[in-house]
Write a protein that binds this ligand. Structure first.
Ligand code: UN1
Length: 502
């Protein structure tokens, strides 16, 4: 990966380096440890000014009919198509995920724009039958105002776009605080969308970008001018955001930790199960909310599946994620490497037996200290470490006897994002999806836990936070619902048959 290549990408995406001016955040690539560029930090004064401008932008944007707002989002989707290669590479370089996954992330952005364009003509409300004569009842969905978006480093652009594209067609304006670990991809997106708003004589502040640390996030959480805050990140962050927003009775959409499991039954197609498990566990170097962290395998196939798994891990190529021959790139930073090492240590202390050893990779082909080996440990489901989400490629495997037990193991963790069962048996599959089955927001059959399509509502239960983003009717969280009753008679009949005469 030559530096010159990245600098021409930055140039094409109109990214200027502000290094030297203060205060700023410098972004370092986990791929080679080099500084990519610096961006200015948003000060309190800048923030105040921006929220003011966002409010003004909202008063203009909400007047634009929803299908016309959709037309603007269509143009954003087209601009993303044009920049897909550059932006995908930048995502890969700044975040460390494989180029395939970087490009996939930009594709998610394009897809959600397309979805939002269609949605802009389908923000339907219900009509209701009134119990009173000559009355008409219906509901309508109206724009909410400023939507705050706090996104995480692992999906530095897609998760923002799920929120922003939907929020925009709903008539809202957005203020986005990306992770301070991935400020450059955020800036690139902001440039792309600002250009579209400019070209259409619309205020740029329909999309605002602020850069900073957790303090800035806290400022958003306690700001009553932001009626909805959508936050993706750790459960710890989510709890603090939820409390601050609840204290002012605002709304949140929370997408927090996962501890996702695949149940592999005796009736599984083991070839599919193997591929799904490995991609789920090592994709994005185990740094997806939807990463497969646990495999719960039927005892009758446990030993043979284990052998195949270990074999598959031997084929994994770890290295520069921009080199398409590699499957796994680096972790985001050294702090992530330390929590990976710590989790391995704690797993061993609790009795975990590593069938594929972990460790930090050094030497040729690993130009930063962030490359680690994906590893696999045999564990007991009750281990403390197994209850936790470690954002790294550590896969815990365990065995079960009957499906009830497997489902209990799967559900018996604090998180509830994604889950899957691998089986060709109809009874097992349906049981897994029934009221007695998975307790997660996402439950799949014969595909892994990660890689959700944008068309579904994305999110999870319990400590995952309960929010839903992206497809289906997730848009409803971005609007305010109004129930309307119109009396077109010359009388005033009261509901519930109450009489009131003067
Ligand atoms: C996340 O990790 O926060 O389902 C989002 C997936 C991706 C999105 C993950 N489409 O794995």
């Amino acid at each position: 990966m030559k530096a010159i290549h990245i600098s021409s990408i930055l140039e094409r995406l109109c990214i200027q380096n502000v290094s030297g001016t203060s205060p700023s955040i410098t972004s370092f690539s986990p791929v080679d440890g080099k500084a990519i560029a610096a961006v200015p930090i948003t000060t309190r004064v800048d923030y105040e000014a921006l929220v003011g401008k966002a409010g003004v932008a909202f008063s203009q944007w909400k007047q634009v009919p929803a299908p016309k707002r959709g037309e603007i989002v269509r143009q954003i989707g087209d601009a993303l198509r044009l920049h897909k290669q550059d932006l995908g590479r930048l995502v890969s370089y700044e975040m460390g995920k494989s180029l395939q996954e970087g490009l996939g992330e930009v594709q998610e952005m394009i897809d959600i724009c397309d979805f939002a364009v269609g949605l802009s003509r389908q923000l339907y409300g219900l009509t209701t039958q009134s119990e009173r004569p000559a009355h008409r009842m219906f509901e309508q969905w109206l724009p909410l105002g400023i939507v705050g978006i706090i996104s995480a480093f692992n999906f530095p652009v897609a998760v923002w776009s799920w929120n922003a594209a939907i929020a925009w067609v709903c008539g809202n304006v957005c203020i986005w605080k990306p992770s301070e670990k991935t400020p450059i991809t955020a800036l690139a997106c902001q440039k792309i969308v600002s250009e579209i708003f400019n070209r259409n004589d619309l205020p740029q502040e329909i999309s605002c970008l602020i850069q900073g640390d957790a303090e800035l996030g806290k400022q958003m959480a306690s700001d009553p001018r932001i009626p909805l805050l959508s936050a993706t990140g750790s459960t710890r962050m989510g709890k603090s955001v939820a409390q601050a927003v609840a204290a002012r009775l605002g709304r949140t959409i929370l997408e927090l930790g996962g501890n996702n499991a695949i149940i592999i039954t005796a009736h599984a197609d083991t070839k599919t199960a193997l591929l799904a498990s490995v991609f789920g566990a090592v994709g994005t170097a185990g740094q997806r909310c939807t990463t497969t962290r646990r495999l719960i395998i039927h005892e009758s196939i446990y030993e043979s599946f284990k052998v195949q798994l270990v074999d598959a891990y031997k084929q994994l190529k770890i290295g520069n994620p921009l080199d398409e021959a590699n499957h796994v790139g680096p972790l985001i930073d050294e702090a992530a490497v330390n929590s990976y090492l710590e989790a391995i240590k704690r797993c061993k202390q609790e009795g975990g037996k590593f069938i594929v050893e972990g460790g930090v990779l050094k030497g040729d082909g690993y130009p930063s200290p962030c490359y680690v080996k994906p590893c696999i440990a045999e564990v007991e489901p009750h281990y403390k470490i197994v209850q936790q989400e470690t954002f790294a490629p550590i896969l815990y495997v365990m065995k079960y006897k009957d499906l009830e037990e497997a489902i209990a193991i799967q559900n018996n963790v604090p998180q509830g994002l994604s889950s899957a069962i691998m089986t060709l048996n109809l009874r097992e599959a349906e049981h897994f999806l029934s009221v007695n089955g998975s307790d997660c927001g996402i439950a799949n059959v014969n595909i892994g836990t990660s890689g959700a399509e944008i068309g579904g509502a994305f999110g999870g239960e319990k400590e995952t936070g309960g929010g839903r983003e992206s497809g289906s009717d997730a848009w409803k969280a971005y609007m305010r619902r109004q129930t309307n009753t119109i009396n077109y008679s010359d009388k005033l009949p009261l509901a519930q048959g109450i009489t009131f005469n003067l």
